[in-house]
Design a binder for this molecule. Structure first.
Ligand code: ZN
Length: 315
């Protein structure tokens, strides 16, 4: 049976900004995909939906709570009553243990994975039984998805992607690999996705350079992401496949501040299930709910974690 994969890309820290080249890299540097992020209109095939990252809670949207919404469909900020930065907390982790979207899909017989690969040194840390609270949301999701983590070996054999789009960081870490064009890795993401029902890819340098307020790095990161997305768009068979991209909060679109921003984020959608997303996505937690709905799986709105520590007690 032909698969109709959903390719879900998480770009950390990318909000909808204004047309101010003095503060907004999307307004200062040429790009194809981020017009709406710079106070212009979106010009590529598909659509960008303005999406609420506050989810009913005042304050600056943050990572742990926002990514809980993006990867589980539950309202992270509402669960904690505030926006919390960093990695999923004691109270949020059970939503990842039991209800992360990859786990729900795999348990229902679909084939869903995080496509990022990990270095062996990092994997050693991740696989430590007490590592739960050292795990980013995506790492925690994959750990409880029923699928293994991909390794650098997998990446080099074309089975996964790395967290940078061009190998510059892999080379910086000492790997003997050539630089590649992010465009080619964008195409590769789609080829790999054809073996799955859902793949998730995470890219976080957008958030990192936003915190650093680093214009040179912002220019490079924007060039990489824009080329990567061009590869994704060119390779996508839009009649059969769907790409959806979102972010947990704003950051990169305003380099005048070190912090995240209060801006809404843009959810890109292109391909077969375009209208399912544009009809329903208003806030971050809607994205996984739409994905479940596409696979005829209910979202368990009444879920309450049975115990906050199903796996182990933390010190
Ligand atoms: Zn951040």
């Amino acid at each position: 049976m032909r698969k109709h994969p959903i390719i879900y890309i998480f770009l950390d820290g990318v909000g909808l900004g204004v047309a101010n080249p003095a503060a907004n890299p999307f307004a200062r540097f040429d790009n194809k995909f981020f017009g709406l992020h710079a106070g212009r209109s979106y010009q590529m095939p598909g659509d960008v939906v303005s999406t609420d990252a506050h989810m009913g809670i005042p304050g600056l949207p943050q990572s742990a709570t926002g990514q809980t919404a993006l990867f589980t469909g539950y309202n992270g900020p509402q669960i904690l009553g505030r926006h919390v930065n960093g990695y999923p907390t004691y109270t949020l982790r059970p939503y990842f243990y039991e209800k992360n979207i990859l786990k729900v899909l795999n348990e229902a017989g679909y084939n869903a994975t995080l496509i990022n690969s990990y270095s062996s040194a990092y994997l050693q840390r991740l696989n430590h039984p007490r590592a739960e609270r050292l795990l980013s949301a995506s790492s925690l999701m994959q750990r409880h998805s029923g699928k293994p983590y991909f390794t650098t070996e997998d990446y080099l054999h074309g089975r996964s992607l790395y967290m940078d789009m061009s190998n510059w960081f892999l080379r910086k870490m000492g790997a003997n690999v050539p630089l590649v064009n992010p465009y080619d890795n964008g195409r590769k993401l789609i080829e790999i996705a054809r073996g799955y029902d859902v793949v998730i890819y995470e890219y976080f340098f957008t958030d990192k350079v936003g915190h650093e307020q680093a214009w040179g790095a912002a220019k490079r990161v924007l060039r990489h992401v824009d080329a990567f997305l061009a590869g994704v768009w060119d390779a996508l068979d839009a009649a059969n496949e769907t790409v959806v991209i979102s972010s947990d909060h704003g950051n990169l679109e305003d380099l005048s501040v070190k912090t995240h921003t209060a801006n809404r984020v843009g959810t890109f959608v292109y391909g077969r299930e375009h209208y399912r997303f544009t009809d329903k996505v208003r806030a971050l937690y809607d994205i996984p709910r739409v994905i479940l709905d596409i696979f005829d799986l209910p979202f368990d709105a009444d879920f309450k974690p049975s115990s906050p520590t199903p796996l182990l007690k933390e010190g």
